[in-house]
Design a protein around this ligand. Structure first.
Ligand code: PLP
Length: 474
């Protein structure tokens, strides 16, 4: 008799643990999803859940957009796959041209991939190969920051300062080539003023950070450094922490002075999340900071397909162009036409509907309401972010900024209470990806959010926070 795989209907899906789950959320006990539409998740059992994080800042357009699904279907009916070794495809060409244009030509080449990790991995390899092409083989060191997360593959994990994720795999990581300076976290690291009133200015904070970077170059030997790798607005590792004014420009200047590349990881904060398409277009004194290599993912295809891209700036692309160099790198699914069709449809919708403007306007509102509603809470230490990218950090003592003990899982409790009791999904992080201390939640709704839903999100999140800290265990 012919055997068929058992077909499960919604009703049959029990609490199966046959998938691997997630490091912060084992598969058991998670709700089973029936559908998602707009700003809501609809589980099989129970009421709909307001989506205030889009997974990990992925669903930038919300769920179930017909225009994107239509574009994907249309591509699927034309051809489902073509190897980039054999064909050029229209969606990849259009998307790449669109991306280059979105940088005013400052970035010049594009590689389309499937995940953020792959993209960071590719950036590291391309940096290394660039220095071989340009006869600088000594440049094999990378400088990143502590309390950072750049991906889960061995190269991207080697560059990451995520202690917990690195720990089991240290024998396979590459400490000889990956070095770290401290994170850039104004809330935790600004020094008090000598006079005792307030804290040091952005300028003196940035000067200290840059001196540390300079010292790292000096220690390693400036001509051994291939690149500095950082997130312009730190996502899950710290909880939506923007770089202070002048920091990116100062880092760029150090890289330039020593001939190293600057790799910006915009996997989470890029593609419109902060109110500009690329976080490096953020303005102010950092406006001139253009990366040499830039990784984008999450909001790139908005979760409609697994999509990411590496953007290559003029310095590297110029050598490739002039010398006819090709990058010794490739994935089977690189430049996948369906991924490109999805990303193109997402990006066109963002553009057509003026959603970056909405991100900025609603982002102001979100920040203001979070501060009004939670700023005075004794266990809320800091509220920071921009656009649709806001973090709330919890502390045991607001005055001393003392964090909670990691074992308490404070952020996780807020997350669980929010989703179970107040039906709003937020992202939670614990431990600043470093020392296991520093609980935060992240609020990262879709760019289509309305003022009414922003109010709703803040109200529900604040209720969850009050509920959790009102309990006796604190
Ligand atoms: N870089 C940053 C800043 C991220 O937030 C992530 C994922 O969360 C990655 C890289 C890795 O991306 P992915 O999980 O798509 O491999």
């Amino acid at each position: 008799a012919r055997r068929t795989l058992p077909h499960k209907t919604e009703g049959d899906i029990t609490d199966s643990a046959s998938d691997l789950g997630h490091p912060t959320a084992p598969a058991l006990g998670l709700p089973v999803l029936k559908k998602a539409k707009g700003h809501y998740w609809y589980p099989v059992d129970g009421p709909k859940i307001l989506d205030a994080c889009g997974g990990a800042a992925v669903a930038c357009l919300g769920h179930g957009r017909r225009d994107v699904v239509k574009a994907i279907n249309s591509q699927l009916t034309q051809y489902t796959y073509a190897s980039y070794a054999h064909f050029k495809t229209t969606p990849v060409q259009e998307l790449s041209d669109w991306l280059i244009k979105s940088t005013d030509g400052k970035m010049q080449k594009v590689y389309i991939m499937s995940s953020g990790s792959e993209t960071i991995e590719a950036a590291l390899k391309l940096a290394l190969e660039y220095f071989l092409w340009t006869a600088q083989p000594t440049r094999t060191n990378f400088i990143a920051r502590e309390q950072s997360y750049h991906g889960t593959t061995l190269g991207s994990l080697s560059v990451s300062g995520h202690v917990a994720r690195r720990a089991p795999f240290t024998p396979l990581l590459q400490p000889a080539h990956f070095h770290r300076i401290s994170a850039c976290n104004p809330y935790r690291q600004r020094l008090p003023c000598a006079a005792g009133d307030g804290e040091e200015t952005d300028a003196s904070f940035v000067a200290r950070k840059v001196a540390e970077l300079e010292a790292a170059f000096a220690r390693l030997g400036p001509d051994t450094v291939a690149a500095v790798v950082l997130e312009p607005v730190v996502g899950a590792a710290l909880g939506c922490v923007p770089a202070p004014r002048g920091y990116l420009a100062a880092v760029r200047a150090v890289c330039d002075r020593h001939g190293a590349l600057l790799i910006l990881d915009e996997v989470m904060c890029g593609m419109g999340r902060t109110g500009v398409l690329h976080a490096w277009q953020g303005g102010g004194e950092d406006a001139a900071v253009v990366p040499d290599l830039q990784a984008v993912a999450k909001g790139f295809a908005g979760g409609y397909q697994p999509g990411s891209a590496l953007l290559v700036g003029g310095r590297v692309a110029g050598v490739m162009e002039r010398e006819g160099r090709t990058f010794t790198h490739g994935h089977t699914y690189q430049n996948h036409p369906v991924v490109a069709a999805a990303a193109l449809a997402v990006q066109r919708a963002v553009e057509r509907e003026g959603l970056l403007g909405n991100v900025r306007v609603q982002g102001e509102l979100l920040g203001r309401l979070l501060r009004e509603r939670l700023g005075g809470h004794p266990n809320v230490g800091d509220i920071r972010g921009k656009g649709m990218f806001w973090g709330v950090e919890f502390v045991k003592d607001k005055g001393t900024k003392e964090p909670f003990q990691p074992g308490l899982g404070v952020a996780e409790r807020v997350h669980k209470t929010a989703v179970r009791e107040f039906k709003v999904l937020v992202y939670h992080g614990q431990g600043c990806a470093g020392n296991g201390r520093g609980d935060h939640i992240m609020i990262m709704p879709a760019y289509t959010i309305t003022a009414k839903l922003v109010e709703e999100i803040v109200e529900r999140v604040a209720s969850a926070v009050e509920e959790v800290f009102g309990r006796p265990w604190v």
